[in-house]
Design a protein around this ligand. Structure first.
Ligand SMILES: NC(=O)c1ccc[n+]([C@@H]2O[C@H](COP(=O)([O-])OP(=O)(O)OC[C@H]3O[C@@H](n4cnc5c(N)ncnc54)[C@H](OP(=O)(O)O)[C@@H]3O)[C@@H](O)[C@H]2O)c1
Length: 435
């Protein structure tokens, strides 16, 4: 087979961009053997062409002039590895409208501007691929859109943020939240300002993309309820351990009776569950649905070369499927309504701090029972006149648990606002929520 030369461009030449160029060089023979094409980076947009690069490109490659990319007819596709919403979003829209296929690693851009981007791709008659935007090296978008094209996926559970997973794994080993965060920062797993990660916002953007692809209905960042790990206490992690569970920041996108719930929050995961074994900065996504029952993908969810491997794979897929390919660019074919968040059913872990005196347990149990919430397990710990009740409930609607806790917080024996986290305790029955 004769080799076809394919000039490509990058928007951005930082951690991921330079790794993309390295992979394209070092794997050029493998790509050619597989596809008959040699992809060659001819232009890369940067702010400062004089900066030292992790993988030095040919001298004429770096540019600050976007027009030199969009106006170059020989450039067959562009990988956006620049980050941010603007000017990036405008560049990507222009490229798609001009008929250039785009690969993006930018979760915030896809989660916030997906509808506009896909419309532009459709207008331009070209593909927009975005595997690297969710969990870097884990090929979950491709699995959902291609391998599972005839599978009705009901639920996606994910550990989609490596920073928080690293912090929680350290806390499980006895570190405080602050110590674990400092360790994550010193090992390069957390930014100096970790807000996006620890608040759950980063995971929420990824879950919006996963839910959109899994359910074929547009889910934006604004549709995702999220809560981070800042409010977690070391004693929650310890109590989880005592009960054979571990704390993870879990993203869950669930279809319940034709309605959709997408959320990110800390959850207690049974040690037998596959997500409990995901340790350190790793990510995992579990897909549940008709025909497949359950598939779990696990791997590195960040890193230059890991992310670049997904970007290059998308570039190769575009070259291998000309035009829009066999996939419709915009996989949104229906509009699924949101489930009332209070109706999502799950077992819950509840932490209640009360005065250590006779009768208080009965008061708590009564408030729970009034709202139909029954206790499956209870551990009580005493400390200086206080008692902390660590309770795991049977499955109940989130709204009923919340209502019971509101009443419990008003008891005169109550010492601090109670906390509730969902429990993931078995392999799950699609459609039933978290359990
Ligand atoms: N790093 C990861 O592990 C990872 C994982 C998954 C997804 N991603 C995503 O991949 C994308 C890139 O991440 P990264 O870590 O490679 O970022 P990075 O190292 O900061 O690189 C960004 C690149 O974009 C260029 N750039 C930024 N703003 C620009 C502008 N206004 N005009 C021209 N060039 C501009 C920068 O130019 P200069 O070099 O001249 O400053 C730099 O080369 C982001 O969307 C990120 O969320 C990253």
């Amino acid at each position: 087979m004769a080799s076809v030369d394919v000039p490509v461009a990058l928007l951005g030449y930082g951690t991921v961009g330079s790794a993309v160029n390295r992979l394209l060089h070092e794997s050029a023979d493998d790509i050619e053997r597989a596809t008959g094409h040699r992809l060659r980076v001819v232009k890369a947009l940067v702010r400062d062409p004089e900066k030292e690069r992790a993988y030095q490109p040919d001298p004429e490659v770096l540019t600050t002039d976007f027009a030199s990319i969009i106006e170059d007819k020989s450039i067959a596709l562009v990988a956006e590895v620049m980050g941010g919403i603007e000017p990036t979003g405008g560049y990507v829209l222009d490229l798609l409208r001009a008929g250039k296929p785009v690969v993006s690693a930018n979760k915030q851009l896809v989660a916030q501007k997906g509808a506009e981007l896909f419309e532009a791709a459709s207008t331009g008659g070209v593909q927009l691929r975005f595997e690297a935007s969710v969990c870097a090296a884990i090929p979950v978008i491709k699995v959902l859109r291609e391998a599972l094209v005839v599978t009705n996926v009901h639920r996606v559970l994910g550990i989609v943020n490596g920073t928080t997973n690293f912090i929680l794994t350290e806390m499980e080993r006895g570190a405080s939240y602050d110590e674990a965060l400092a360790e994550a920062q010193s090992r390069g797993f957390a930014e100096a300002d970790p807000t996006d990660d620890v608040s759950g916002a980063d995971a929420a953007a990824k879950m919006a993309i996963l839910a959109t692809v899994a359910f074929g209905s547009r889910v934006t960042l604004a549709d995702v309820d999220y809560e981070g790990i800042q409010g977690l206490e070391a004693n929650d992690v310890e109590a989880a351990g005592d009960m054979g569970m571990t704390v993870r920041l879990v993203g869950a996108a669930t279809l319940v009776d034709g309605r959709l719930d997408v959320r990110v929050q800390p959850a207690l995961v049974d040690r037998q569950h596959p997500l409990a074994a995901v340790a350190g900065a790793f990510n995992a996504v579990m897909l549940q649905g008709d025909a497949i029952r359950e598939i779990t993908l696990e791997g590195p969810g960040a890193g230059g070369i890991e992310t670049a491997s997904a970007v290059v794979a998308d570039m190769v897929s575009i070259i291998g499927t000309t035009g829009t390919g066999f996939l419709q660019n915009d996989a949104c074919w229906r509009s699924v309504e949101r489930l009332d968040p209070g109706k999502l059913r799950s077992p819950f872990y509840v932490r209640i701090e009360v005065e250590d005196r006779a009768g208080v347990l009965a008061h708590v149990a009564l408030r729970l029972a009034t709202h139909g919430v029954s206790i499956a397990r209870l551990v009580q710990k005493q400390d200086n006149g206080s008692a902390t009740l660590h309770i795991v409930t049977h499955e109940a609607p989130a709204g009923d648990v919340e209502a019971a806790l509101e009443e419990i917080s008003e008891l005169e024996e109550s010492k601090s606002p109670p906390a509730a986290l969902p429990v993931i305790s078995d392999r799950g029955v699609p459609g039933l929520g978290w359990a």
